[in-house]
Design a protein around this ligand. Structure first.
Ligand SMILES: [Zn+2]
Length: 357
């Protein structure tokens, strides 16, 4: 049985098949309306994320399946102190597949270790949000016709933006990708992304603070929101928040076939006038999110022509040591072992949250 916990859980071939299926669904959704008849999706949302939950629920309903679940920790047995491991063992008896959103990093991985049904990570703290990445890939591929050889501009909060980190980690697997990292100095991509992902990949990348200068060379512009809650100092937030507002003037500097993406919700980083520009792809991106989740549910349930092969058991060596990350699932989960493995860069990292030892 396979799960989707990390954007890299699928090989490039598996990803290719999944995106082809999502395109096929987009072309003729009615062909798939009964594929999941009598199947149930459990949405286990320990923190509210209405948009993501609705996207999963719409995906399952479009496939003829049904949905059960909870939308906050208060309404789940987590409020009574039940572990994620126990919850998923119980839910495995109720549903055929589960999507889990959790404020603790590594919670969906922990669940997958005890689950008898496929588990989808629907966002774990600041760590990963792989179905957003699938949505981004589908949108880029449909707009640009390919995933290799693209110049991708990432703009705004590149430090805390988890969607940005996942997109970089995924896009470095495609040949001749170039990144233009557009952000204030304070919100640059964290060092570990440079050291563990960008530099070893050999992909070209440039850092800039100017969106205007970057615009003419971009095939894709990925905008992000600068979040107030990331700043200790409200004055700092006010100074930076309007740095990178996309306006029709800036759009005029872009290529005619540029694609503008945004994980949504936006605040004011893209002005409403840009919505009418045919290069704005962000609402289409939200629609693609439903198609790609439909394709994912079918794939993990083994309802496709070419079922996923089981993954070989990992031979990586695990070391038991304390995880210092306060956002890690190991901090709250009853009976969990704090396990670390040696990452490709030689550093020991927590298997749940990837915190360095
Ligand atoms: Zn950890």
């Amino acid at each position: 049985m396979r799960h989707l916990i990390n954007p890299l859980d699928f090989s490039l071939d598996e990803l290719h098949d999944l995106l082809n299926l999502a395109d096929d669904i987009a072309a003729a959704p009615e062909k798939y309306q009964d594929v999941c008849a009598h199947k149930k999706l459990a949405t286990l949302f320990y923190e509210p994320s209405t948009r993501t939950r609705l996207s999963f629920e719409a995906a399952m309903m479009n496939l003829g399946g049904s949905v059960l679940g909870f939308s906050s920790a208060d309404s789940s047995s987590a409020s009574k102190g039940e572990s994620v491991a126990d919850t998923i063992r119980v839910v495995s008896a109720y549903a055929d597949i589960a999507a889990m959103r959790h404020p603790r990093e590594g919670a969906p991985l922990r669940a997958s270790m005890y689950s008898r049904i496929p588990v989808i990570n629907a966002g774990d703290g600041g760590h990963e949000h792989p179905t957003q990445t699938l949505t981004d890939l589908m949108t880029i591929r449909r707009r640009c016709g390919k995933l290799d050889g693209l110049t991708i501009g990432l703009c705004g909060d590149l430090k805390f933006g988890r969607t940005v980190h996942s997109l970089i980690t995924t896009m470095v697997r495609y040949p001749n990708t170039k990144f233009v990292l557009i952000s204030p100095k304070e919100l640059r991509v964290p060092d570990y992304i440079y050291n563990d992902v960008l530099k070893p990949s050999g992909c070209r990348y440039v850092k800039t603070t100017s969106l205007e200068e970057a615009m003419p060379q971009l095939d894709v512009l990925y905008m992000t929101r600068i979040q107030r809650e990331r700043f200790a100092d409200p004055n700092e937030y006010r100074r930076l928040k309007d740095s990178y507002i996309l306006t029709p003037d800036k759009m005029a500097l872009g290529k005619p076939d540029l694609a503008v993406l945004h994980p949504l919700p936006r605040v004011n980083e893209i002005t409403l006038e840009v919505d009418d520009d045919p290069r704005a792809a962000y609402f289409e991106q939200a629609q693609n999110g439903v198609y790609v989740r439909m394709a994912l549910i079918m794939t993990l349930l083994g309802l496709t022509e070419k079922p996923l092969a089981d993954k070989p058991a990992s031979s990586r060596e695990l070391v038991e040591m304390h995880c210092p990350n306060p956002r890690c699932i190991t901090g709250v989960e009853e009976g969990v072992k704090h396990l670390f493995h040696r990452a490709p860069d030689g550093v020991l990292r927590c298997i749940y949250c990837e915190q360095e030892a």
